[in-house]
Design a protein around this ligand. Structure first.
Ligand SMILES: Nc1ncnc2c1ncn2[C@@H]1O[C@H](COP(=O)(O)OP(=O)(O)OP(=O)(O)O)[C@@H](O)[C@H]1O
Ligand code: SF4
Ligand SMILES: [Mg+2]
Length: 343
C-alpha cells in the first residue's frame, strides 16, 4: 500500500504568559491509501490538536513548533494560506463532533454543498445533480426537497449526514473525523459509522478517526495509535492491539470497556486523573497511575520502540508488560468482549 500522509515528530504548543502547554509532543505516524487509522485516548491527550494540525486548523495561540506533515511529499506545516485552502478544498476534508459548529446556520444545505465543489467547472444542472447524489449517498431521504432547507430543519442525525456529504463533496483522498458520532444516540452512531465505512470503500479514501471509544476503534479501524499526555504510547494494527496490548495505559483503556461480566455494573476506569500537560512529571507521564511503575519510570521518559513488526510501545518495563492477555485471542476468538477488525 502507498503512503498518503506522513506525520513526523509533530509538536504543538499552546503558549501563554504563565505557562506553555505541550499539547502534542513528538507524534509520528503514517497513513496508507484506503486505510482507517484510529487515534484514541482520554480527554485532553492531544487527539484533536494532532488532527487540526493536519489541516492547518489549529486555533490561536496553538501552533506547530516542530515536525513535518508530508502530504504527497509536500509539507503542510510550511504551506501558506492559499496552498492550505487548496488542499482543504480538494484533497483533505474534516468532520467534527458537533455538526452545528461546522454547518453554517444561515446558508441552505444546497449552498454549503455547492461550496464543497466550487473549484470544479460544473453547469447548473451538474451542480444540482452532484448535490442530490451526495445527499443520497449519505442516506438522506427525498434529497431534492431537502436541498433548500437550512441546518436547523434537519434532525441531529441528518445534520451529521449532511456534514459528511459536504465533507465528501470534493471527493477527498483523506477524511479527518473528530469524534463524528459522540453527540448522536447509539443507533444513529452505528448507522453513521457503517456509512463512513461504506463510503470509504466507494470513494477509496483514507480516514483518520479520533475517538475515546475503543469499541468504535474495533468496529472501524485497520490500525490504531493510543495517545497519552500528547504522545503516542502504543501503535499497531487493531487486531494486535486488542489481542496483545503492551502498554499499561492501553490495558487500562481495555479495562474500561464494557464486557459480558461487567454489563450492568460500574466500569472499572483507570485510577487517577489525566495529567495536567503544563506540569508533567519528570519521568513517564503515566507513572502516577501505573501499577508497573519503577524508579526509572519516575526519573526518565521512555522512548517509543518497536516490539514487533509494526507494533510500537513507549514503556520502560516491556518485559513486565508482555504477559497481559488482551480482549481477544490471536486466532480471532473472543476472550472477553470487544473484538478487533483486521484490515
Ligand atoms: N485553546 C487552548 N488553549 C490552551 N490549551 C489548549 C487549548 N486547546 C487545547 N489545549 C491543550 O491541548 C491539550 C490537548 O487538547 P486536544 O483538544 O487535542 O484534546 P483531545 O484529546 O482532543 O481531548 P477531547 O477528547 O476532550 O476532545 C489539552 O489538554 C489542553 O491542555
Ligand atoms: S514507563 Fe513505567 S510508568 Fe510508564 S507506562 Fe511503562 S511501566 Fe508504567
Ligand atoms: Mg478532541
Amino acid at each position: 500500500m502507498n503512503k498518503l500522509l506522513e506525520v513526523k515528530d509533530l509538536s504543538v504548543v499552546f503558549p501563554s504568559r504563565n505557562e506553555s502547554v505541550q499539547a502534542v509532543d513528538g507524534v509520528s505516524f503514517d497513513i496508507y491509501e484506503g486505510e482507517t487509522f484510529g487515534l484514541v485516548g482520554e480527554s485532553g491527550c492531544g487527539k484533536s490538536q494532532t488532527l487540526r494540525s493536519i489541516l492547518g486548523l489549529l486555533k490561536a495561540p496553538g501552533r506547530v513548533t516542530g515536525g513535518k506533515i508530508l502530504y504527497k511529499n509536500e509539507d503542510i506545516v510550511q504551506m501558506d494560506r492559499r496552498q492550505l485552502q487548496k488542499v482543504r478544498g480538494s484533497e483533505i476534508s474534516v468532520i467534527f463532533q458537533e455538526p452545528m459548529t461546522s454547518l453554517n446556520p444561515v446558508l441552505t444545505i444546497r449552498r454549503q454543498l455547492y461550496e464543497a465543489f466550487e473549484n470544479e467547472k460544473l453547469t447548473k444542472i451538474q451542480r444540482e445533480e452532484r448535490a442530490i447524489e451526495l445527499l443520497k449517498l449519505v442516506g438522506i431521504p427525498s434529497p431534492e426537497t431537502r436541498l433548500d432547507e437550512y441546518p436547523h430543519q434537519f434532525s441531529g442525525g441528518m445534520r451529521q449526514r449532511a456534514m459528511i456529504a459536504i465533507a465528501l463533496g470534493a471527493r477527498p483522498k483523506l477524511l479527518l473525523a473528530d469524534e463524528p458520532t459522540t453527540a448522536l444516540d447509539v443507533t444513529i452512531q452505528d448507522q453513521v459509522m457503517k456509512l463512513l465505512n461504506r463510503l470509504k470503500g466507494e470513494l477509496q479514501m483514507s480516514i483518520i478517526l479520533v475517538t475515546h471509544d475503543l469499541g468504535v476503534i474495533a468496529q472501524m479501524c485497520d490500525r490504531v495509535a493510543v495517545m497519552y499526555a500528547g504522545q503516542i504510547v502504543e501503535m499497531t494494527d487493531t487486531l494486535t492491539l486488542f489481542a496483545a496490548p503492551r502498554h499499561p495505559y492501553t490495558y487500562g483503556l481495555m479495562g474500561s470497556l464494557p464486557n459480558k461480566d461487567t454489563a450492568g455494573s460500574t466500569l472499572e476506569a483507570i485510577g487517577g486523573a489525566p495529567p495536567n500537560l503544563a506540569h508533567l512529571p519528570e519521568g513517564c507521564p503515566f507513572a502516577p497511575r501505573c501499577r508497573y511503575a519503577q524508579d526509572i519510570c519516575r526519573r526518565r521518559r521512555p522512548e517509543i520502540v518497536p516490539v514487533a513488526a509494526d507494533h510500537w510501545v513507549r514503556c520502560h518495563q516491556l518485559g513486565e508488560t508482555a504477559g497481559f492477555q488482551g480482549l481477544i485471542t490471536l486466532d480471532g476468538g473472543e476472550n472477553g468482549q470487544g473484538g478487533g477488525k483486521h484490515g
